[in-house]
Design a protein around this ligand. Structure first.
Ligand SMILES: Nc1nc2c(c(=O)[nH]1)N[C@H]1C(S)=C(S)[C@@H](COP(=O)(O)OP(=O)(O)OC[C@H]3O[C@@H](n4cnc5c(=O)[nH]c(N)nc54)[C@H](O)[C@@H]3O)O[C@H]1N2
Ligand SMILES: Nc1nc2c(c(=O)[nH]1)N[C@H]1C(S)=C(S)[C@@H](COP(=O)(O)OP(=O)(O)OC[C@H]3O[C@@H](n4cnc5c(=O)[nH]c(N)nc54)[C@H](O)[C@@H]3O)O[C@H]1N2
Ligand code: SF4
Ligand SMILES: [Mo]
Length: 721
């Protein structure tokens, strides 16, 4: 029997982490996967990483190119050659461009692939050379957070390195569940160290989630979409008791008096008292007072905001209010604090070049203007509507062809039934995928991409931290699957465009490593990095965003128009949009519990990220399904009047759609709220009805005014099936 070799590589899904895998290979087959056992800090895999072999060899893998035989969505395909697949796709692209212009090509990049070479941005380079395409805007993950960070701080990527949690005496986990969502490999290790050092930990969330179970002293449950009312009332408590840090506000912020007038009711005659907020949020007034008292007086304190609360109908207000509280308590720019901004590190994307269709829209980059962006791009929540309605409804183009890479958009974007109608209308759909997904079932041509265990790539940390992984190929691509780079290269050749040929694949990787080295830190030279696989030198220094601005404000303005933290945002004021006030404000949104629709659909649905999936990836892996079966979390107070017991089959429905799943009856979710985790594959029965608890059959395809993806604002009803 041949000896096993151990190859060091890493994970690169949109999974919240970047971990080390030590892959045992024998006779070209992966036999076993271990994780990091080496030097500290160890980058140890989660359950998904440990089940990777099952994904690599999953029966769902696409192993040769295919063309559609039956109706779209039916899932009937025939094997074809790469030549036929590439010729068909190239022909459809050329035809579409010739007949309708390049803007009729809708390029949908997902976030499923986070390697730096085999990334949708690498593929976008081809479409730019081809003559352009229509792109989408609005991060499904974090648009609300990005909007608020830009408006308040003028910057993104402003999280403390997690090692700094140990310096916090109070950690408020507000819609933040890193025991599941990772939010940087080793975040829970640092939470454990903070606990050991005596930090108090409070969880504000409709769910008593795993991170709360492991670390929290207290759970403050609330109704989804009402956080801003709780935060504004906390500001009321701080102001009326003189607990806020006036010196910090005077030196570093602008516009606090406008916010104070709103909070005290001078602007609208309504003081935002804890009693006012209690009626909205469901948090007792005394609990709001206590939380305000603690956050204002226990120093330093880290307000750790997750992205879930901001993925809602008025999502940007949540992040704006959180940053305002961080400023009011002076927890910015100091060890153990946290600005409560957009923490994820900006990615140095593959150099994709410029999109000719967007020539003349150079100001799009940092703009907060939804209307401007929607003139040339389609908002992520509106893609289906745009395909169905086109220019006549004000969308930038009439779409004829859709090309997706690392995207399971049918499943992951909102309102699946509308998606099905839209995909039926297109002339041509190409899907570049690793596995048969609900979206892949709608393809005319399927281009099989190999997984990250089957090619080389570079992985960089998502959250602040300094662990870079040179991910080495462990085995040959399965069947006839090819790396995304090879697919791009061969399609470019068919289209007679020169998008990649100035470098080989190895040269591209060398160039990407060099770029990161220059921008961020001292990576070792390419060859030794490739040899060792992991670069995890200990942090030279804990990263504390805005340290310089706070130490020496005269010489270090914040990158905002006023040079200060903008509680009153000038960039927002310029938008002159009544739906986005320049100070954070609580407003009731559509499909909140006071919406008249709540009479018929009284339960607020949230759609959290599941432990066993990375969004829709890892779906169908039985090892993982056993650990965390799909089901709707509901409180006994909602289950028993409906005659529902734990484990019963139930129907979750509203006017947009329905899905069948099991009930997971638990007191770990607040009454009136139900949770169906995202990513579950749309699995229609013969009548077309989903049997797998796929939540986007229910969600509304409407962005927030600032462009947030609104998947956590949704009213439903549940009955026993
Ligand atoms: N209701 C609801 N909907 C949501 C969310 C929610 O919270 N609630 N969350 C949203 C969020 S935050 C996100 S990020 C999106 C994610 O949704 P998507 O952008 O669709 O991303 P994923 O589901 O992570 O992965 C999509 C596909 O990428 C494929 N893939 C992985 N690696 C590669 C690769 O190297 N090459 C190729 N070609 N394909 C690859 C996987 O097989 C998978 O099918 O979903 C959003 N949808
Ligand atoms: N295991 C795992 N990890 C992942 C992913 C995955 O799919 N699986 N996906 C990755 C990706 S792409 C992303 S974008 C991130 C997502 O990370 P997050 O968006 O932070 O994760 P979610 O689980 O959607 O939401 C976090 C928490 O917000 C709570 N919540 C929902 N609505 C509200 C509200 O209105 N108010 C309050 N206070 N809380 C609310 C939920 O109950 C949940 O506990 O995770 C990443 N990590
Ligand atoms: S899925 Fe993500 S968090 Fe889990 S082991 Fe892989 S890289 Fe780490
Ligand atoms: Mo995401």
């Amino acid at each position: 029997m041949a000896e096993s070799a151990i190859v060091t590589t890493g994970g690169c899904y949109d999974c919240g982490g970047r971990c080390v895998h030590r892959v045992h290979v024998r006779d070209g087959i992966v036999t076993r996967i271990e994780t990091d056992g080496g030097d500290e800090p160890q980058l140890r895999s989660c359950l998904r990483g440990r089940a990777l072999r099952k994904r690599l060899y999953s029966p769902d893998r696409l192993v040769y190119p295919m063309k559609r035989l039956g109706e779209r969505g039916e899932g009937k395909f025939a094997r074809i050659s790469w030549d036929e697949a590439l010729d068909t796709v190239a022909g459809a692209l050329e035809n579409t461009k010739k007949t309708y212009g390049p803007s009729a090509v809708l390029y949908v990049d997902g976030t499923g692939a986070q390697g730096h070479l085999h990334h949708p941005a690498m593929m976008a380079r081809l479409f730019n050379e081809f003559g352009g395409y229509t792109y989408r805007w609005g991060s499904a993950s974090s648009e609300g957070s990005r909007f608020a960070s830009k408006a308040t701080y003028g910057a993104f990527g402003i999280g403390h390195t997690r090692d700094d949690l140990v310096n916090s005496r109070l950690i408020v986990m507000w819609g933040w569940n890193p025991a599941v969502t990772i939010h940087g490999t080793n975040t829970t290790l640092h939470l454990a160290r903070a606990r050991e050092a005596g930090a108090r930990v409070i969880c504000v969330d409709p769910r008593f989630h795993d991170t709360a179970a492991a670390f929290a002293d207290r759970w403050v449950p609330l109704r989804p979409g009402t956080d801003v009312a709780a935060m504004v009332a906390m500001a009321y408590v701080m102001i009326t008791r003189g607990l806020h840090d006036q010196r910090f506000l005077d030196r570093y912020t602008s516009g606090f008096p406008v916010f104070r007038d709103y909070v005290l009711g001078k602007e609208d005659g309504l003081p935002k008292t804890p009693e006012w907020a209690a009626a909205i949020t469901g948090i007792p007034a005394a609990a709001i007072e206590r939380l305000a008292q603690e956050y204002a007086t226990i120093k330093p304190a880290a307000l750790m905001t997750g992205l879930g609360p901001g993925r809602s109908a008025l999502g940007e207000q949540f992040h704006r209010a959180a940053a305002t509280l961080a400023a009011m308590t002076g927890n910015i720019g100091i060890p153990g604090g946290e600005p409560a901004g957009f923490a994820a590190t900006p990615n140095l994307a593959f150099p994709a070049g410029k999109n000719p269709v967007e020539a003349g829209f150079s100001q799009l980059g940092g703009s907060l203007d939804s209307k401007l962006k929607s003139k040339i791009r389609v908002h992520t929540t509106r893609i289906w509507d745009a395909i169905l309605e086109g220019r006549a409804a004000g969308y930038p183009a009439d779409f004829k062809l859709m090309y997706t890479v690392a995207s399971n958009c049918l499943n992951q974007f909102l309102n699946t039934n509308k998606a099905i109608a839209a995909l039926g209308k297109l002339e041509f759909i190409a899907v570049q995928e690793q596995v048969m997904t609900p979206t892949a079932r709608y393809a005319d041509i399927l281009l099989p991409a190999c997984t990250h265990l089957e090619h080389d790539d570079l992985y960089c940390p998502v959250y602040p931290g300094l662990s870079y992984i040179y991910a080495r190929k462990t085995v040959e691509p399965l069947g006839e699957s090819k790396s995304d780079y090879e697919i791009a290269l061969s399609l470019a050749r068919r289209l007679k465009i020169n998008a990649y040929e100035d470098k080989t694949e190895a040269d591209w990787l060398r160039a990407l490593v060099k770029r990161y080295d220059e921008a961020r830190r001292d990576l070792p030279d390419f060859d030794s990095f490739r040899e060792t696989g992991v670069n995890k030198e200990p942090l030279k220094k804990t990263v504390i965003p805005f340290e310089d601005q706070v130490r020496d404000p005269e010489n270090n303005p914040f990158p905002t128009p006023s040079g200060k933290i903008e509680i009153y945002s000038r960039l927002i004021a310029e938008l002159n949009d009544p739906a986005i006030p320049p100070i954070p404000k609580y407003r009731e949104s559509w499909e909140g519990r006071n919406d008249p629709l709540a009479k018929e659909f009284p339960l607020q649905l949230i759609t959290t990220h599941a432990k066993r999936r990375a969004n829709s990836a890892f779906e169908g892996i039985t090892w993982l399904e056993e650990l965390d079966p799909q089901g709707v979390l509901m409180n006994p107070a909602d289950a028993s009047p409906r005659g529902i017991s734990h484990g019963d089959r139930v129907r979750v429905f509203n006017r947009r759609g329905e899905t069948y799943t099991i009930a997971r009856v638990t007191e770990r979710i607040t009454p009136g709220v139900v949770d169906l985790s995202e990513g579950a594959a749309f699995t229609p029965d013969e009548r077309g009805i989903d049997r797998n608890g796929s939540p986007n059959l229910l969600t509304r395809d409407e962005p927030s005014p600032g462009g947030a993806f609104s998947c956590n604002t949704c009213l439903v009803q549940i009955s026993k099936a």
